[in-house]
Design a protein around this ligand. Sequence first.
Ligand code: FES
Length: 577
Amino acid sequence: MSRKTPGDLRSARWFAPDDLRSFGHRSRMMQLGYSEQDFRDKPVIGVLNTWSELNTCHSHFRERVQDVKRGVAQAGGFAVEMPSLSVDESFTKPTSMLYRNMLAMETEEMIRSHPLDGVVLMGGCDKTTPGLVMGALSAGVPMIYLPAGPMLRGNYAGKYLGSGSDAWKYWDERRAGAISDAEWQGIQGGIARSAGTCMTMGTASTMTAIADAMGLTLPGASSIPAVDANHQRMSADCGRRIVEMVWEDLTPDQIVTAAAVRNAAIVAMATGCSTNAVVHLIAMARRAGVPLTLDDLDALGRVTPLIANVRPAGSTYLMEDFYYAGGLRALMKQLEDRLDGTALTVTGKTMSENLQGAQVYNDDVIRPLSNPVYHEGSLAVLRGNLCPDGAVIKPAACDPRFHVHQGPALVFDSYPEMKAAIDDETLDVTPDHVLVLRNAGPQGGPGFPEWGMLPIPKALIKQGHRDMLRLSDARMSGTSYGACVLHVAPESWIGGPLALLKTGDIVRLDLPNRRLDMLVDEAELAQRRAAWVAPAPRFERGYGYMFSRHVTQADQGCDFDFLQSDFGRSAGEPDIY
Ligand code: FES
């Protein structure tokens, strides 16, 4: 491997020439109190930090960035912290997904327009992983991903609590009148009790595992709990390693290859991944020029057993248990025969080399392939006259009696309409009904909100029912569960077939055959299609205006069309005059 010299550094364009512009750049670094020997002829490392006081999952990043900088300095680099859009999952409305692409754009442009030779990407809360990685892939400088790590297990009254999953579960119990105010308060105070990302195998843990399996993190980094001292050491290691990656010119296009994407998809399936993985993985892969499709993911899902016994797909354990059981390296070791071990990683070594010595320490948490949690992978892709461009479902997280099911649709056009109905105890609904929410897709939501785990009607909750078939063009939280068909494409807002469905129509799900249909004849559907009227635009100005004109559908990854790797020439390096 040829090594760069100081004169080859990208930052040398800003700092090395003997001209007025470079004089300005050097003098401005000196304004910060640095001497030339601090930054001249050294890899300049941007530490892209998604810290914010409203991103509770990243509350430790203000300290961790110091660990990264320590590592960079020790390895002979020069680190600069750059605040990045902190797309937090809890507070960003209507949905953080509206802003994933904004983070990706910001990341790409901040890297391109500044004197950075390499970057450490600090993220973890759901959209921050794909947003940062998508932008950095397009920018193309050496990068290493530093995952925030999961928070500690939740705890209340001696019981473990899982992020999201137990919120939904106990909310249903509260709606059924089975939980007191004091218990509800206790759960509220115990379900998120340290820095770090949601500690179920939700979207955050799924996406950091995907980054890890793609080779973009230090091996196994995604499993380290946020508040473990190992997380600090890993952060410093990221700093040390990125400097070497710059000298080695180890760019992300050498890492995120078709083999790495396939490895990541297999690992995602084996972890019991969030349904959101489908959207983000497609978007990330396509930024790297790998044309991943829903059908590719379904094919891998059919042959990859789910072996991480972590909630919500698993029964008991949480991410802290997963780490103690050996973490992602141990899980990948179980899958090693199915992975492409030659894939290069940020360590400069192959995936197989990184897995040497990995062991499972608790085979109930990380199961052998011979004793999986579920015989297939986490996700299944459906097609049919309701979703010609696909829909997804998480078979392991729903009651098996719904795997083949048909029933009358109960259709709602908006969340408020649905909420009013499900809270009405006189609602005419049976456990066989199929609850449907539309206008909740990428454009309709707007922004593709996580509304897809539609609440069970109160009338059914009181009868003891906790699951029913639900259908929408929304996403759902990775911590959710139940018989929820999601990501119906094309979405109803733009006239997809879901827009034609009426209350009382029979909907049929046939999961083994991957079918989702409405049993309505084509002549009737043609009449409804001719009568359909497109809704008025959601946005008349601002970011939302751009979003709704350029976001692609769920099966395409919801990237902006103009950010995809096959859209026009790269912007290239900026002029410096
Ligand atoms: Fe940040 Fe769940 S809210 S990871």
